[in-house]
Write a protein that binds this ligand. Structure first.
Ligand SMILES: [Zn+2]
Length: 183
């Protein structure tokens, strides 16, 4: 398993890679993450995969949204907290928390989507490997089963392996989570 996309990024860079993609890293940190990306195949592969999936999600679903009543309820709560002196501060703080909450919901949803897709790929690969092992065992058995002219059995086993892989791939594709559709 030396496919870097199955390992994931260096853990300490995962969130920064998402923020870099969104253009939300401070310039200094962005420069250092880009430098790391230039030398780290794992992070580069993961960032490319993330960008591709993010583009597909952005094209296919509407952005996750809080219920329409959320803003109204938040404003009511802010209005109810009538501390005349520091109301402005409190309001700013609550609005900042609101923005941070919405942002973390977005990032979290997309991270889960990427991790889910990586899991599906790993599952597919596992079935492929299992199929190959079955196929190899089938070839070992051939001489005893077919007098040496074993082509029909080889083709049958190959077809079975391909069918299993195709089935796993379909399941993996169908199982690609699209959290924005439900939340
Ligand atoms: Zn890395």
């Amino acid at each position: 398993m030396n496919d870097p996309t199955l390992i994931g990024p260096c853990p300490e860079y995962e969130h920064d890679l998402v923020d870099l993609h969104d253009g939300e890293l401070p310039p200094e940190r962005a420069a250092s993450v880009r430098l790391h990306l230039a030398h780290c195949a794992r992070c580069a592969a993961w960032a490319a995969g993330f960008a591709a999936i993010d583009a597909r999600l952005a094209a296919g679903i509407t952005a996750p949204a809080l219920s329409p009543a959320f803003d109204a309820r938040l404003r009511e709560r802010i209005a109810a907290l009538r501390g005349p002196a520091d109301r402005g501060d409190l309001r700013t703080r609550l609005e900042r928390e609101h923005t941070a909450l919405v942002h973390s919901l977005r990032s979290g949803a997309r991270l889960r989507a990427v991790l889910g897709a990586a899991g599906s790929v790993a599952t597919t690969l596992g079935v492929l490997l299992a199929s190959r092992r079955l196929l190899e065992q089938g070839i070992d058995l051939l001489p005893t089963l077919t007098d040496g002219s074993g082509h029909p059995l080889v083709l049958g086993a190959t077809a079975a392996a391909i069918s299993a892989a195709a089935l796993a791939w379909s399941i993996a594709r169908g199982g690609l989570p699209l959290p924005g559709l439900k939340r």
